[in-house]
Design a protein around this ligand. Structure first.
Ligand SMILES: NC(=O)c1ccc[n+]([C@@H]2O[C@H](COP(=O)([O-])OP(=O)(O)OC[C@H]3O[C@@H](n4cnc5c(N)ncnc54)[C@H](OP(=O)(O)O)[C@@H]3O)[C@@H](O)[C@H]2O)c1
Length: 341
């Protein structure tokens, strides 16, 4: 076991936080906890928002929520895991299953509230928050799943009950969207992908996208989606844009369809006209990542269908600030990963 851990913590620099490299003593697992040697972590759009949110004091907090690693040691009372097991902690450590409650929110969310995240060689996590990494995945691939993969999973499968006969639309080609494409395609559904880039749309088609729409050259992508579905609309939409996209999602949703309200890529202030939902008997489901049980079912599906998460680029541990910058520039397709090896 290493005595010192490489780690990053947030330091206020000007008008934002910055991930700052340091070292800390390797933590020891308490009762019910596990000491994890982190193999890889991945970034989400949310991690950019955390840097900008200076209203909450996160000075000294270890950032990032998503990782996969190997168990080094277990604390008293932990029987489910042993040294050497490959595991991944859930985004919400306390949401094991059942309905969501607000107590799972904020303070105990990894790398965002007041709870340290995963951008450190060794971390201590609750044993009950862990899921086993699917056997066919590398740790870098598994690190892509916890937030983006689980959000797409909860939206489409847990809440959406996606059927093979149905259609799905995902917005853009970032982490959540590409998991939406992979999971829905594996289920046999037909997936429409929107993007600002024709080159990215070509890659999405190679992954099995049924139809693609460039939302820059075709801003009324809702009309194109209606055309592709014979005027009926799309059964499931992963709504990632927010204010600039929510009305078009409502226009493009099919009768009895489900919009998964997930993202804030164009801001937080959504004011959609929801009247059309009534006439279509359609719904909007608010989606916030998922529970440990959801995460376990996602991993089973990923293993059964031999899905490999799409990693755009991997950065070394020392390059973590460059990984943040790369995500911010939004040229990526799928996930951005930090490999600790
Ligand atoms: N509710 C939850 O639990 C939850 C969980 C995860 C993520 N999220 C939210 O979901 C969103 C996506 O997260 P992520 O981590 O997947 O982001 P990401 O990987 O950073 O994805 C960014 C991509 O989104 C696309 N995009 C940007 N503006 C767009 C627009 N107006 N219309 C359509 N696509 C647009 C772009 O794709 P192209 O380059 O192809 O145009 C961009 O590359 C974020 O707002 C994030 O906060 C929420």
């Amino acid at each position: 076991m290493t005595s010192n851990s490489r780690s990053y913590s947030l330091k206020k620099t000007g008008a934002a936080f910055a991930p700052t490299r340091g070292e800390r003593a390797a933590p020891a697992p308490g009762p019910g906890q596990v000491l994890l040697s982190v193999g890889a972590a991945s970034l989400n759009y949310r991690d950019l928002l955390v840097l900008q949110d200076t209203q909450n004091n996160r000075e000294g907090l270890i950032p990032l929520s998503d990782c996969a690693g190997t168990v080094e040691a277990v604390g008293a009372g932990v029987t489910r895991w042993k040294a050497g097991d490959r595991v991944s902690p859930n985004f919400f450590p306390d949401w094991h299953g059942g309905a969501f409650t607000m107590s799972y929110h904020q303070a105990r969310v990894l790398g965002g509230g007041q709870t340290d995240g995963v951008l450190s060689d060794t971390i201590v996590v609750d044993a009950a928050s862990l899921v086993e990494v699917a056997a066919h995945l590398s740790l870098a691939e598994a690190a892509a799943l916890p937030c983006a993969g689980l959000t797409a999973w909860q939206a489409l499968f847990e809440r959406g009950r996606l059927q093979a006969s149905e259609t799905v639309l995902v917005q853009g080609t970032g982490g959540v969207a590409m998991f939406g494409l992979q999971l829905a395609h594996a289920q046999g559904a037909r997936v429409i992908v929107t993007s600002s880039s024709d080159a990215k749309l070509e890659r999405a088609r190679a992954m099995g996208a049924w139809q693609t729409i460039n939302y820059r050259t075709q801003p009324d992508w809702d009309k194109a989606a209606l055309d592709y579905t014979g005027g009926r609309g799309v059964d499931h939409i992963l709504e990632l844009g927010g204010p600039d996209t929510c009305d078009r999602s409502i226009a493009a949703i099919a009768p009895a369809g489900r919009i998964a309200q997930i993202g804030v890529l164009t801001g937080f202030d959504m004011q959609p006209n929801i009247r059309p939902l009534m006439f279509k008997n359609a719904s909007i489901n608010g989606i916030l990542v998922g529970s440990v049980e959801h995460f376990e079912r996602l991993n089973r599906f990923v293993e059964e269908h031999r899905i490999h998460p799409v990693i755009d680029r991997q950065f070394a541990f020392d390059e973590a600030p460059a990984a943040y910058q790369y995500l911010k520039e939004a040229g990526h397709f799928g996930k951005v990963v930090i490999d600790f090896s």
